[in-house]
Design a protein around this ligand. Structure first.
Ligand code: MN
Length: 201
């Protein structure tokens, strides 16, 4: 029996300062992310989703068109993935040889890959997410609206994500989504984690 739980943050709540303050984390993780998890627990209790893993609920609720379950499950999954896409400045490592080769093939350089991710984040209208994904070994950047997620879609492996909901940056950056995104992609992406996800490390 799986239980839906709020995963612990993989670092201290001030680990991304000043890009992401502990105050932002206290609301973003402690209220928003926790809220999705708690709402999901209530929604799945006594339903066909009870006992499934979070990832299984994302896939099954998408297929069934159960919007409320999907939105909360996908947001719980996306936030877990977001916290595990970030690393303190200087601790994110470098892409593995295999990932770097794929980055160069798709974007030309790591800087161009970062720029593409930042561009997708800035251009996402309203709330959503900007992703670096691998599709059959080939990398691309995409963005999704609201809770939507590339997780669980055919052939797609998410590697990194940037949360561009206003709750991710408004306390620290107010309306400056581009400045938040630039700081995240330049200083805080966990390339070691992305390399493990990509494989062939
Ligand atoms: Mn968020």
């Amino acid at each position: 029996m799986n239980e839906i739980t709020l995963s612990p943050l993989p670092y201290a709540d001030n680990a991304m300062e000043p890009t992401i303050s502990s105050r932002t984390v206290s609301f973003h993780y402690g209220k928003h992310h926790a809220g999705y998890v708690n709402t999901l627990k209530g929604l799945v209790a006594g339903t066909k989703y009870e006992g499934l893993s979070l990832g299984e609920i994302v896939v099954a609720s998408r297929a069934a068109g159960d919007t409320a379950v999907f939105n909360n499950a996908a947001q719980a999954w996306n936030h877990d993935f977001y916290w595990n896409s970030l690393a303190p400045e200087g601790k994110g490592g470098e892409p593995s040889f295999a990932l770097k080769a794929a980055v160069d093939a798709a974007f030309g350089s790591l800087d161009a890959c970062r720029a593409a991710l930042a561009d997708a984040a800035v251009k996402r209208f309203g709330s959503g997410w900007a992703w670096l994904v691998a599709k059959d070994g080939k990398l691309s950047v995409e963005s999704t609206a609201n809770a939507d997620t590339p997780f669980g879609t055919a052939g797609v492996k998410p590697l990194l994500v940037v949360d561009v909901w206003e709750h991710a940056y408004y306390l620290d950056w107010q309306n400056q989504r581009a400045a938040y995104t630039k700081a995240v992609v330049e200083k805080h992406l966990d390339w070691s984690a992305a390399s493990r996800r990509f494989g062939n490390v």
